[in-house]
Design a protein. Structure first.
Lengths: 276, 303
């Protein structure tokens, strides 16, 4: 549709594409390295495109590392966190949005004030607490402190506030209880939000490094982000294996992103305070 | 309404209003209880405990007795604390503004694209969804002193991560690579919200792209710019993983940051009391800086 040659535009586009390619290079390099032989990884000048593809590193990592165990730990804890966060936050947000009760505003402002306190400041007493409960290096210990996600309540409350009042009034007149109203009216009309926040919560839980790093003390309880930090020392200069671990650790979230791209983007916009 | 058993029951307004209110309170109680209890146990209690611990000499397993302001006095005289604070500040300078404005620059380039927009955005955003330890594994390999591919592009003898001058900027670069996609996303959304008619009117008036940017884009996306700057500031003040996994705080403590120092005190020296004091100071630094910056930016925006 260009009447004239848009040279500056074409240059701009080419530059943008080149920059995007540069941005992807580290990921390309990780995958390429993982498909090389160990000798090829050390080659100078470097082997840019390994051929034929060598899967030795993958075989080794699958059979000789705790990777599968780490996957399991990540899945268990991430699913638990996602389910529990939604189960705790949605009812609370609904009550804050639709019901009148004493202390309602105080409660909401207290939750908002919690934003000001970073999780990192609480790690010492949280660890001591888990220690006293005997939950160091357990799933419970990994999951519990990650349940306090105030932003989820704030977002749900915002959206529940926007549901037309008539729907609720009609249901109340019909004698429906609050829980039923929540389940059959408020959740279905906000299903997209539920999905977006569920996915973002899951990914955040999966990617969380700091807390699982502190609370797990043995390799077999580590989640993926924590476990893979061990391979650098374990594999030394076996870089194909190291990169294989990196690729396999990244794979679940990358696949999730490609499948759920829109929801993830929506979830991130919501949790940043911008309406999507 | 058709005759049905329900409509023959007493209508709600006939029941005493007080009865209805009790029901509402009881329902609310059940709904808020789970989260509120978790909140009290896993947030309020630990927050109070941090304050309390900072005035004791407790160890990681508990115990300890009150020591007044000793921990704070120690902190003020602790050169390592000040070093870690300095390093954190340096890191913030290297990342907050550059990351934000790189995100904006990329957004301005990306919004020009049509069919290529989605894949290009995905390319910049992909690093953001990776766990931090994948990012550090990959970059540690690229920057490896002996075999990393970065050697092909650098002429120096010493690998960046082993050089006290370049270690922190390198970590900053990796952090920007990792997180700029988030800023890009927000800025693209903000730019897309500006009606194209504004730009059309501007070009009819003969405005150049730069003038259009300064007069239209910049002011209209200012709330998002302020938001991104604030979010960046808060995130980067809390940095731990990239530093710990890439340099461990070295070389020669040139990269140790506040959170890592606190971690070492608590989990390597098992000194809960002192760690809690550091945590309190860290919290105050984050609070003051982020509220300060936010106020400053809001006032600028009101101009």
């Amino acid at each position: 549709m260009m009447r004239r040659r848009d040279i500056p535009g074409a240059i701009g586009t080419a530059f943008t594409l080149a920059l995007a390619a540069v941005w992807l290079f580290p990921l390309f390099w990780a995958v390429a390295t993982s498909l090389k032989t160990e000798m090829q990884t050390l080659a100078d000048p470097p082997v840019w495109f390994p051929w034929p593809l060598t899967f030795d590193a993958y075989v080794h990592v699958f059979t000789n590392s705790a990777l599968l165990r780490w996957y399991l730990n990540s899945v268990v804890t991430s699913v638990a966190i996602t389910v529990l966060v939604l189960a705790l936050c949605i009812p609370c947000a609904y009550a804050l949005s639709q019901l009148r009760f004493p202390g309602r505003n105080l409660l909401f402002w207290t939750f908002l004030a919690a934003f000001m306190v970073p999780f990192e400041a609480l790690i010492v007493p949280l660890f001591m607490m888990m220690n006293d409960l005997g939950q160091v290096n357990t799933y419970v210990g990994i999951v519990l402190p990650q349940l306090i996600v105030v932003i989820t309540i704030v977002i749900f409350k915002q959206f529940f506030d926007q549901v037309p009042r008539e729907l609720r009034d009609a249901a109340t007149i019909d004698g429906a209880g609050e829980f039923r109203i929540l389940r059959s009216i408020y959740l279905p009309t906000n299903a997209g939000i539920v999905w977006a926040l569920a996915i973002v919560t899951y990914i955040a839980a999966w990617n969380n490094f700091f807390w699982p790093f502190l609370i797990t003390t043995s390799t077999d309880m580590m989640t993926i982000p924590v476990g893979i930090t061990q391979v650098q020392d374990a594999y030394g200069i076996a870089f194909a294996r190291t990169m294989t671990v990196a690729v396999l650790a990244a794979l679940p979230v990358v696949v999730a992103y490609l499948v759920f791209q829109r929801r993830i983007t929506e979830g991130i916009m919501l949790t940043s305070g911008l309406k999507g | 309404m058709v005759d049905s058993p329900r409509t023959q029951a007493a209508p709600p307004t006939a029941r005493p209003a007080r009865d209805r209110r009790w029901r509402e309170w009881r329902a609310a109680l059940f709904l808020i209880a789970p989260f509120t209890l978790a909140f009290l146990a896993l947030f309020v209690y630990p927050a109070a405990r941090v304050v309390q611990l900072s005035f004791t000499d407790a160890t990681l397993t508990g115990g300890g007795s009150p020591v007044g302001f000793d921990n704070y006095a120690r902190l003020v005289r602790d050169p390592m604390f000040w070093k870690s604070l300095w390093n954190t500040g340096y890191f913030v300078l290297l990342t907050v503004a550059p990351n934000t404005f790189l995100g904006l620059a990329l957004a301005l380039m990306v919004v020009r694209l049509k069919r290529l927009r989605a894949p290009v955005m995905a390319a910049f955003f992909l690093p953001y969804i990776l766990p931090v330890s994948v990012v550090t594994l990959v970059w540690n390999w690229i920057l490896n002193a002996n075999f990393g591919v970065a050697r092909q592009f650098l002429n120096t003898g010493v690998a960046p991560l082993n050089d006290p001058t370049w270690a922190m900027p390198t970590i900053a670069l990796v952090t920007i690579w990792w997180t700029v996609g988030f800023n890009l996303l927000l800025f693209v959304a903000a730019l897309q919200n500006i009606p194209t008619s504004y730009y059309e009117a501007a070009s009819l008036d003969g405005a150049s792209s730069l003038q259009a940017f300064r007069a239209i884009s910049w002011p209209l996306i200012w709330p998002v710019t302020a938001l991104v700057l604030t979010l960046q500031l808060i995130s980067q003040l809390k940095i731990f993983a990239q530093v710990y996994l890439m340099t461990g705080g070295g070389p020669f403590n040139s990269t140790i940051v506040m959170l890592q120092y606190m971690y070492e005190i608590a989990f390597q020296r098992f000194d809960s009391g002192y760690a809690a004091a550091v945590a309190m100071v860290m919290f105050l630094v984050i609070l003051l800086l982020s509220v300060g910056q936010f106020t400053l930016l809001n006032r600028r925006g009101a101009r």
